[in-house]
Design a protein around this ligand. Structure first.
Ligand SMILES: [Zn+2]
Length: 197
């Protein structure tokens, strides 16, 4: 195991874009964000405000994925599989229905994020054999997702179940049983096997 390089990160992004039919951009390269920032400047609003508000956030809207500009190559190997989980969720649930539910129903949001974070944790397990603590997880989804205490507890429980199952399955079979994680792990195993633990 070793850290990923920027070139390997680009290859992972190209693979995921093609496999999941997604458009994955770093926020600073996305024409829509560049336009938005120009618009803000034209209105006399410092466009750096947008960077401040969005710092540390990657997001998926339908099959459009905006990656946070501050991600390291190793972060990208966790975050892209996380965001591809949302692409699969939206394809399954239907974009409009899902977007509407996502905005309105915190319990569903907790479930969707628990699944996506479990995929990210499974990636890190395959790469480093490390697992986050449940407190780390609760802290990560405790800010920015507008979840209340009950939903955070639900998310934590679902996350723990999913990660425990994924790790057990991975140790036994080399697959996690989590779709997005397995697709990316297979890509790494074929192309950069020394990125796996
Ligand atoms: Zn997410």
């Amino acid at each position: 195991m070793r850290s990923a390089t920027p070139a390997e990160t680009d290859a992972l992004i190209a693979f995921a874009s093609q496999h999941f039919g997604a458009r994955i951009l770093r926020r600073r390269d996305a024409p829509e964000f560049i336009l938005l920032k120009e618009g803000m400047e034209a209105l006399g609003i410092p466009s750096s405000l947008l960077d401040t508000v969005l710092a540390g956030r990657s997001m998926t809207i339908g099959s459009l994925v905006y990656l946070d500009d501050l991600l390291t190559p190793d972060d990208v190997f966790e975050v892209v599989p996380h965001e591809m989980t949302h692409v699969l969720q939206e394809a399954e649930n239907g974009f409009l229905k899902n977007a509407w539910l996502y905005a309105g129903y915190t319990e569903l949001r907790a479930k969707l994020e628990a699944e996506a974070y479990a995929v990210g944790a499974a990636m890190n397990y395959a790469r480093w054999k490390t697992l986050p603590t449940l407190d780390d997880f609760r802290q990560r989804i405790g800010s920015g997702y507008f979840l209340g205490g009950a939903e955070l507890d639900l998310a934590r429980e679902l996350f723990e179940q999913a990660v425990t199952g994924a790790v057990r399955t991975y140790d036994a079979t080399g697959e996690t049983g989590l779709k997005s994680a397995d697709v990316h792990i297979e890509f790494i195993r074929i192309n950069y096997p020394d990125l796996l633990a």
